[in-house]
Design a protein around this ligand. Structure first.
Ligand code: ZN
Length: 413
């Protein structure tokens, strides 16, 4: 496939640049008036239209992208898209001012999702998650991480992870699976936290490892959820099976979650709506990626993470959706990029880099995804005619994506 007359080919990072830290996020290398050649699902070559070699310009399979930009696909490194039912009944409670913690305390929240998921069949879960994933892909996402965590029993956590594996097998996007049994304490373990942790460590982890169902391990490290010590236990147990941590940290408070995650060599710490100087100091000495989830802040009405302070401290910042039924019922990365700009004051270049190459890095996929680079997978999207790159996040709520290409083929859903 040859794409010609591209107004701007966006995100041309060199092959050896696997993650962007601090001020590196400011630069989004772009080639204007370009062509792009895709072969065997990979980016084969690109250049300027005025110097296109004749043996390339004579090719028959051509798309003209006049007036249009090509972006690398969004890389959404934090989602919970396997769930049994939406939770719009909590929507009104939220509007009336009930906090996330109050809704959880009233028996809503994660436990509500868990009881519905436990009753749903693997096929039902696969069908509904497929609809969500398809929608996300049509909105430009070309790599995704998906967590368990609404099972909360060995049987149901494994059921969720098997659904994620089926999604991996059936969709043309790379998917990373994260084991998140430590998402909430089931009611029967409310007063016996160690009993549930023992269940995770002694029953769930060995089965998950035997079936190779997970790539990462996650813990919701927060007051009333998992303490620092409990988080540490779960992460260390996961490490024995080769599962690296990706941790829900500092969503509602500065809890020490970042510190325990970094000590356990987390690939990413996610949320960080709350932070202090110590948080930043801890992260400065680590390779851990800071994954921010602005559509969760938007939906819950909690503070937005201070992206600028992380970037100023030379940290690698990624953006992801957190798509889940309770706090972020949206998998739209275009909106996340808009919020990164509008609410977190990232400039468009920073937000786009955070949602592409750094998102890929937060899934350890940046060797093959996250930028327009020769040799990487041809996962990208062609926009509608647009006046500039900034127009994409500027025109929030309106899709600018016209054509999605995965592995070098047009994806129609
Ligand atoms: Zn989450």
């Amino acid at each position: 496939m040859l794409i010609t007359n591209i107004k701007g080919l966006v995100g041309l990072h060199p092959k050896d640049k696997s993650v962007l830290r601090g001020s590196e996020l400011d630069s989004l290398p772009t080639l204007e008036n370009a062509w792009l050649l895709i072969e065997n699902g990979l980016i084969k070559d690109f250049g300027k239209m005025d110097s296109i070699p004749s043996q390339i310009s004579n090719r028959s399979s051509q798309i003209s992208a006049e007036g249009r930009y090509i972006f690398p696909s969004w890389c959404d490194s934090h989602t919970h898209i396997v769930f049994a039912a939406p939770r719009e009944e909590e929507f009104a409670m939220k509007i009336q001012g009930k906090s996330y913690e109050e809704i959880a305390a009233a028996g809503g929240g994660i436990l509500n999702s868990a009881s519905k998921l436990q009753k749903a069949s693997e096929d039902e879960l696969f069908e509904s998650a497929s609809v969500r994933l398809n929608q996300m892909i049509l909105q430009g996402t070309g790599a995704v991480e998906i967590k368990s965590g609404y099972g909360l029993t060995a049987e149901s956590e494994i059921k969720m992870l098997r659904v994620i594996r089926r999604l991996k097998d059936q969709f043309p996007v790379p998917i990373k699976a994260t084991f998140l049994a430590a998402h909430a304490y089931p009611a029967e373990f409310k007063n016996n936290h160690q009993g549930y942790i023992d269940l995770i460590i002694n029953e769930m982890l060995p089965q998950i490892a035997a079936e190779k169902l997970a790539d990462y391990i996650d813990v919701f490290c927060e007051k009333r959820f998992f303490s620092i010590e409990e988080t540490d236990q779960v992460l260390k147990a996961g490490a024995k099976y080769g599962l690296k941590p990706k941790v829900h940290a500092n969503q509602l408070s500065v809890s020490g979650a970042v510190e325990v995650s970094v000590q356990n060599k987390a690939v990413s710490v996610d949320h960080l709506e709350e932070r202090n100087e110590e948080t930043i100091q801890t992260l400065r000495n680590a390779d851990t990626i800071v994954t921010l989830l602005p559509s969760c802040s938007f939906y819950l009405g909690i503070p937005f993470a201070d992206a600028k302070s992380f970037i100023k401290a030379d940290l690698p910042v990624a953006l992801a959706t957190d798509y889940n039924p309770g706090s972020t019922p949206s998998g739209n990365m275009n909106f996340v990029v808009s919020l990164g700009c509008i609410k977190m004051k990232m400039v468009p270049e920073q937000a786009i880099n955070a949602a592409t190459l750094n998102g890929a890095a937060a899934m350890e996929l940046s060797d093959d995804y996250g930028s327009i680079t020769i040799g990487k997978k041809a996962n990208l999207f062609i926009t509608k005619p647009m006046p500039s790159i900034a127009y994409l996040p500027y025109s929030f709520g309106e899709t600018q994506i016209e054509t999605v290409i995965l592995n070098g083929e047009i994806y129609n859903g």
